[in-house]
Design a protein around this ligand. Structure first.
Ligand code: NG6
Ligand code: CA
Length: 490
């Protein structure tokens, strides 16, 4: 067992690389063999690879809420997938994970996808003026973001409180209710598209960079991002921030848009995976990770930087665009051995790749089956950096520092998953609460995990959740249902 890191090492730089919609089986160190992800594999080789780490939820906004607040998102209203004009859903009167690290002396940055709303909701966001509250009001020293998600307007970057590159003579207007301005839309002008939406999903509103999106936008032409450049742009911003902050501890929440739709990676990667744009986006994601590792190396920061690599929810092939992800997936299993996918209550919804590399504090080349939740990062990193949590802070976050560093194999006592219906895991058993609704989401081709009857799975020997043991073990069902009720009111 490693002893606790020395004083000097207790304030490592911390970079969370948060991929979007990357499945448990989508990188080669988790079983992908159609393409290789050498940089992500290198993290695993130098670090600790988790096989049983979870997001709080099977979609993006709630998982991001969970990681940054240390609170289960389903305990607060309005934490579902946010439209691009949503107001900020993170309370500004409680410490967040980055705010706690600021108190510990860190420079903190969010770079990449935000998708947690902006503004206080008193009036509609005016994209042409200063916008707050936002990342800077919830603990970040610096912010360079895509405000929502790549398939939603506004398709512009924001740096701190302003849209980047905005021409005052071409103001931005956004609506999720009706068309604004005269921009072409996917519905009216499909001939202008380089990537077509799947008619069953929508995504056929305003066209930006020859891709139609969800929502309507006019103006801001000079500020529009180019999808093929996003990975490079945010990687550059990250490396700049590392360079600027190299002398003090820094925390970067690097939320890449890969491999969410619309997938339109740089020409360096397009057509390179043989799996269509989804596979190409995985190659781009791996490149991004490599660039960040290289920058750390060149500044001599690798040894005392903790890199945490993970994803916000499980995989989906067709999430709205005809990008051939379904046709070209072949024998690749994006969720590895797991059942379900993004949106699902089955394991693939929330069990994701999770790797920790920190040469000064984590012995490399190891794997752990310990049950871990991303919501635990708050309390664990507070422990690491010597910050005391107040009773009302990060209420659902457990101190799992020893597990994060590979010094303990003790499972989280229980873990709640949100994939539509809630589930709870404890002692290797998983209970999915009964829920009405369809068993299948035909548009995305994913099983919801819903059933009107209680479901109980023994994950120790049935990781694929095939045999419902609820009838055989009514006492277990009762015990887990009661535990979940207790957690709900904690
Ligand atoms: C869904 C969108 C999907 C994606 C998702 C959010 C439709 C039909 N589907 O509602 O395309 O945007 O929301 O993904 O609109 S997430 O990873 O940001 O949660
Ligand atoms: Ca996502």
């Amino acid at each position: 067992m490693l002893s606790l890191p020395s004083q000097a090492q207790q304030q490592p730089n911390i970079i969370v690389i948060y991929a979007d919609d990357l499945g448990y089986g989508d990188v080669s160190c988790y079983g992908m063999n159609r393409i290789q992800t050498p940089h992500i594999d290198q993290l695993a080789k130098n670090g600790l690879r988790f096989t049983n780490a979870h997001t709080t939820s099977a979609t993006c906004t709630p998982s991001r809420f969970g990681i940054l607040t240390g609170k289960y998102p389903w305990k607060q209203k309005n934490t579902g997938i946010a439209p691009g004009d949503a107001s900020l859903i993170i309370p500004t009167d409680k410490r967040t994970l980055p705010g706690m690290l600021q108190d510990a002396g860190y420079q903190t940055a969010v770079i990449g996808k935000w998708h947690l709303g902006l503004g206080n909701g008193d009036s509609a966001i005016n994209w042409n003026k200063e916008i707050k509250p936002g990342p800077l009001e919830v603990g970040f020293t610096y912010s360079f973001i895509m405000p929502a998600t790549l398939d939603r307007v506004p398709c512009v970057y924001m740096e701190d409180r302003h849209v980047v590159n905005l021409d005052a003579g071409d103001p931005i207007q956004i609506s999720y209710q009706q068309k604004v301005g005269n921009e072409p839309t996917g519905e009216e002008n499909p001939e202008k598209l380089k990537l077509h939406p799947d008619p069953g999903h929508g995504h056929n509103q305003t066209i930006v960079d020859s891709i139609s999106r969800i929502g309507w936008m006019s103006g801001g032409h000079q500020a529009h991002w180019k999808d093929a450049d996003i990975a490079g742009d945010i990687t550059r911003k990250t490396i700049d921030f590392i360079g600027r902050s190299a002398k003090q501890p820094f925390f970067i929440y690097f939320a890449t848009g890969d491999i969410h739709v619309p997938r339109y990676p740089h020409s360096m990667f397009r057509g390179k995976s043989g799996m269509g744009l989804r596979g190409d986006a995985i190659l781009q994601l791996d490149w991004t990770v490599g660039q960040i590792m290289r920058a750390l190396d060149s500044l001599g920061l690798t040894k005392n930087t903790m890199i945490i690599f993970s994803s916000d929810n499980g995989p989906v092939l067709n999430d709205g665009y005809l990008d051939k992800a379904v046709e070209l997936v072949g024998d690749h299993k994006p969720a590895g051995p797991l059942r379900g996918g993004k949106y699902s209550a089955f394991e693939a919804g929330t069990r994701v790749p999770f790797i920790v590399q920190w040469p000064a504090g984590v012995k490399g080349g190891r794997q752990t089956d310990v049950l871990f939740s991303q919501v635990d990062l708050f309390a664990s990193l507070a422990k690491l950096t010597g910050q005391k949590l107040q009773p009302d802070e990060a209420p659902d976050s457990f101190d799992m520092l020893a597990q994060l560093l590979g010094n303990s194999q003790k499972d989280r006592q229980y873990l709640v998953e949100q994939g539509g219906p809630l589930s709870i895991i404890a002692g290797g058993w998983k209970y999915i609460t009964p829920a009405n609704g369809p068993k299948m989401m035909p548009r995305v081709g994913i099983e919801t995990g819903r059933d009107q009857a209680p479901q109980l799975y023994n994950l120790k020997n049935d990781i694929n959740e095939r045999t419902n043991l609820a009838e055989e073990h009514p006492d277990k069902v009762k015990e887990l249902a009661a535990l979940l009720e207790k957690v709900k009111t904690d």
